[in-house]
Design a protein around this ligand. Sequence first.
Ligand code: ZN
Length: 451
Amino acid sequence: MAQDLGEKIEGSKDELLAELNEFLRMPSISAREDGGAEFRGCAEWVRDKLREAGAEARIMETDGHPVVYAEAGEGERTLLSYGHYDVQPPEPLELWESDPFEPEVRDGELFARGVADDKGDVMARIQALKLYTEEHGPLPFKLKFLIEGEEEVGSPNLAAFARKNKELLSADACLWEGSMKDDAGRPMVFCGTKGMAYVELRARGASHDLHSMYGGIAPNPAWRLVQALRTIKDERGEVTLDGLDALADPPSDKDLEAIERIPFDAEAMKASWGVESFDRELSERDALREMLLRPTANIAGFHSGYGGPGSKTIVPGEAYVKMDFRLVSGQSPGPVLELIRSHLRKRGFEDVEVVDLHGVEAAKTPVDAPVVRTAVEAWRAVGNEEAVVYPTVGGSGPTSLIATELGIPTVMAGSVANIGSRIHSPNESARLADYYEAVRYFAAFFGRFAA
Ligand SMILES: [Zn+2]
């Protein structure tokens, strides 16, 4: 079956590429408020492509950019497909070797803003639906498309949309975007994302900066924060926030086994960072487990006093630190925020203010869930035996709205992008061969989902 579609795709490469290029020429930059009619035009174009592929498609309004929603096929099971039609701003333009909105092929690679994130993925799924239907008739299950226009600005309206449309989005499983191939060309299959609690800690001293002759007697908020921070991570680099570990769902044996099978080149990672060793001199496998299974307490920024050239002798009046805690399944941002507050209070730091900036839930689908098996089998069906299953990734995202809040098993699979695709950067690209393979992959996925 997959072979049949392979030939069909082989014979329609030009049309498939022309259609993708049309999509890539639309500058659907969600960060620009003046996007207006042009932006809506892109949503309407996606809706029309879905209709051409045989789906019932419509535009659905949000408080921001609209969502494109569609349904195709009929059957007992339902698959929700998530992607986004918006892109990152292309700047700095002078670093692009070709126009970001005029796709160009060089050495088998297609260069354009959005080709790897996420228009290639969105288009490949729509084309897979069209070709599958032409070859085999309607899908034997219900396929729902949720294609939003605000992913690149943090999906500010997706939570409200998902809560309001719970019934509409209900499904047995969700195929999310955002997968890629690793540096050896192996497809990565992701089963979860970390959550996040983003906070700012604030300390205050005198009402204004003082002459540092008072350095021995004036309260110094920068030192105050340093001391508070030292209670959150010890001198060995272990996170010591009260009660954080107890909240975590322990990894399953299957998660641990999956992690052992992940190829991980620690030396290459360290070389690309320009460092000799990982934090705490973690070994290769420990570093991988730490990255995927453990929460973090990261200092993202620290501001106080004078940081300009030369010397200035003051006792600063205030100090701020921004911290992101990447969380694993079970550690919800709300309860973690309370842990941070009570941890500091208990140690006499009630004067340190903890400001909640941003929270995201973790998402976790079991590595042996049927939809994960389908994702791996679909790779085999297109002749790729090397798919690597990741129980989670280190990053966070809106996946949790579907996986955690709506409780739909969610997998990120199907790779137009590769690790060198320069997502969000100048000269974003995807290999043409990977694009056509992705169309085949999604068709193979659809062919197996109902089984
Ligand atoms: Zn992106």
